[in-house]
Design a protein around this ligand. Structure first.
Ligand SMILES: Nc1ncnc2c1ncn2[C@@H]1O[C@H](COP(=O)(O)OP(=O)(O)OP(=O)(O)O)[C@@H](O)[C@H]1O
Ligand SMILES: [Mg+2]
Length: 275
């Protein structure tokens, strides 16, 4: 499904440093961060609040706050340096070849537009389907994210759906452009435990069905364990550990990672490895 598959990593972050200018001086949110994600790989990024996870996501989306400054490094997507792209090239990549799912599905949905229409609009904006083709493709995308009765959900307005269903719709929208990279920043945080488990199952399956590289961000290591092939741990803007998920959980190298694991209830970790 993916043309650039097998031609090296989908995403390469090299020595990335990002700072924020504030009234109290410079905040160094990312310090010399280096890692890559292969096509079809789920890379889990964990770390406590303020460690720089979202800053990394926004840097990749080229959507950093105005007071942010990329102090160094490179972000390559399918071999192309995203930091050097002009506005036109960015528009064709953002939301299409690189898509992002945020914590709150409501912020990504238009409350006054039917769900099917919103997905169709994404397809039309990126010229991925004709008007009639877009409606049909929207139903396929709803089915891809395991929504029962796609025609009924396509006719619904966002407020008529549960939080878990809304998040599935947002994921369907993100998949509309057949992205090479899908960034998910705490996509299950606002959801109840059962719904969260279903969304995690969906993410695990998407890897096989869609073939996109996935950057999955969470402060919750048990969640990260459940979906990731490899895991990176951010601490105060530095990537202090980078390892395959099983090695990281059984043999954490960095004291900070060990502390995070010790703080986790055993039952959560066991749940994490039942995949
Ligand atoms: N626009 C901004 N201006 C100044 N400082 C900022 C800005 N955005 C983020 N920061 C700071 O950068 C650091 C990293 O923030 P970031 O939001 O990336 O953390 P996070 O790991 O996503 O946290 P959380 O788990 O709470 O979402 C924090 O110290 C934060 O206060
Ligand atoms: Mg964040």
């Amino acid at each position: 499904m993916r043309s650039q598959a097998g031609t090296g990593p989908a995403l390469q972050i090299e020595g990335l440093s990002v700072s924020f200018e504030t009234a109290r001086g410079e905040v160094r949110a990312l310090r010399d961060v280096t890692f890559d994600i292969g096509a079809g790989e789920v890379f889990g990024l964990a770390g406590e609040s303020g460690s720089g996870k979202s800053t990394l996501a926004y840097a990749i989306m080229r959507d950093l706050a105005p007071n942010a400054r990329v102090a160094g490094g490179a972000i390559r997507f399918a071999g192309e340096d995203l930091l050097g792209l002009g506005p036109d090239a960015l528009r064709s990549i953002r939301g299409r070849r690189i898509a992002m799912v945020y914590q709150d599905p409501k912020s990504a949905l238009n409350p006054s537009m039917r769900v099917g229409q919103q997905i169709a609009e994404v397809l039309e904006i990126h010229a991925l389907a004709s008007r009639s083709g877009a409606a049909a493709r929207a139903l396929e995308l709803l089915a891809l994210v395991n929504i029962p009765d796609p025609p009924a959900v396509a006719r619904a307005y966002p407020h008529q759906l549960s939080g878990g269903m809304q998040q599935r719709v947002v994921i369907a929208m993100a998949l509309a452009g057949d992205p090479g990279l899908l960034i998910m920043d705490e996509p299950t945080t606002g959801l109840d435990v059962t719904t969260q488990a279903r969304i995690l199952e969906l993410v695990a399956n998407l890897r096989h069905d869609v073939g996109a590289a996935i950057l999955y961000i969470s402060h919750d290591l048990a969640v990260i364990a459940q979906v990731s092939d490899r895991v990176g741990i951010l601490y105060a803007g530095e990537l202090v550990e980078l390892a395959p998920a099983t090695r990281l959980f059984h043999h954490p190298a960095h004291p900070y990672t060990r502390g995070l694991l010790d703080a986790l209830p055993a039952i959560d970790l066991a749940r994490g490895f039942r995949i």
